[in-house]
Design a binder for this molecule. Sequence first.
Ligand code: DMJ
Length: 629
Amino acid sequence: KKWKQLSRLQRSVILFLFAFLAVCGVISYTSMGEPWKSLTNKSLDDQRAEPEIPGLKLANPAVLPAPQKADANLGDYPELSLQKLPKLPHVRRGPSNLQIKPPRRDVRLKAQHDTGRVVEELVQADKEEKTEKSVISWRGAVIEPDQSTEPPSSKIKEPEKPSSVEAEDQKEPVPINERQMAVIEAFRHAWKGYKDFAWGHDELKPLSKSYSEWFGLGLTLIDALDTMWILGLKEEFEEARKWVANELAFDKNVDVNLFESTIRILGGLLSTYHLSGDSLFLEKAKDIGNRLMPAFKTPSKIPYSDVNIGRGTAHPPRWTSDSTVAEVTSIQLEFRELSRLTGDEKFQKAVDEVMKHVHTLSGKNDGLVPMFINTNSGQFTHLGVYTLGARADSYYEYLLKQWIQGGKKENELLEDYMRAIEGVKKHLLQRSQPKKLTFVGELAHGHFSAKMDHLVCFLPGTLALGAHNGLTADHMKLAEALTETCYQMYAQVETGLSPEIVHFNLHAQNGHKDVEIKPADRHNLLRPETVESLFYMYRFTGDKKYQDWGWEILQNFNKYTRVPTGGYTSINNVQNPSNPEPRDKMESFFLGETLKYMFLLFSDDIDLINLDKYVFNTEAHPLPIWVPA
Ligand code: DMJ
């Protein structure tokens, strides 16, 4: 009624005012932001994270056989996303009783690492999450070995208990850093392939999405058990444990290689027993240990290479009655430990006898041993060829490591080791051109060959371990030089991955690098030796360059050997980045050794497998030192 009484002008003014007020209201609401967004299901963390981590959901990673170039971004790690971050364990830190520089905690990556910034954000996000949730280490109190016992006496004792140390629990946790997380991510990717396509079988064939059998004993699964424990992968570990409990049976009519099954299966079970305290693994270790014993029933007591673990028979390879020297002298750490744990001295007696016999043999050249030994006569055969590579390598490694395991009392072992290193210096060391890299060549009937297997790259780590245990400082100097050489075997190659064998140039030639590669030698089997040595060098020197070198290697494994559907593969050609020719096989030692040493290399927690308490077997399975330093 009143509206009708107003004049046309008055009505127009009122309408204009309403319209004006309405427009002002909308503008001020918009400038307040978007308050309705807080009503969505997403957490504030998600909302914060999304715009800050560009590219997290990039497309697939480098796909074999056409990998991306070296400086990968997170697109190479498709599994990495905030939601899928691994559940991280707390690791503990104890007194710094190793002779290394105090490691900085919570290492930050520098800008030169391409994945650094984004991974760092992931780590930060994870740290924030952890402070809220307060995770307790599932690895509990059993990571410290029980070392109070001596080697077994002749009388049968009660089985030794595994480690137990509540004191360790009191120690301050050391957070996992971003490089370790990248290793966890790599392990999970490898494990996914194994689980999806090769579960319970020996090795994954990641391209054909199938598996290969060697012994038919779940080799990869057993080799990887203690790596899962150390990386804190509880779920994966529990699942694998179930397989060991329900499926693993050694009562099989199958020929196994004594050395390979000792270092991978017996060694893997023993170290998992020590880390977890779970007697299942000791029972399985006893079972396989007993089944391997027929190998020692030879005229000379030098064991045969092969044993049928179901039938209890053993034999040499079909074409010879020789065994390989490295094989018969690199089973000692495991059998000695089995005796200590079971109180049954027969295991230790058998392997000690081999070492005592080899100690007295003629045919050595200043401590260097030939590659073959006859199981009938007990004598070396094929005399005159000396190498630190295939067929002799771990003989040298186990001389030192047995001496350490036994509390540094067995002098013959130390004598043989010291003499052998002198022999290496005298006969096998040379320097390459143009970079003057120190390398270990081979000697064949008086002729020096500038050939070096990647396998030889265990040596710098072993030399460093000896120096840490009080041997001459010279050994550490040599270790430093050889580690640099082993790194150059990766760095001078097109893919940044080492071939199986290199030849060093002894004379400078225009445009030639130190490292030459023959077509037959340019494969890479995902081997661990260089990363192993980087780990020892970092532990003992604290020099971060060793971590940086390892990080480069990990990135190159991711670039050239990672199979998108799960797993990593050996490759045939490290010189062709556009087609490294995948071989379709993931060796068990990639999980047992390579990734484990990577994880330990990137760790600043010296108590994560303390080297004064544990000695690694040649397959990277840590066993306790009987008398701690
Ligand atoms: C492993 O089985 C062991 O490290 C062995 O001593 C040498 N070969 C492989 C790894 O390269």
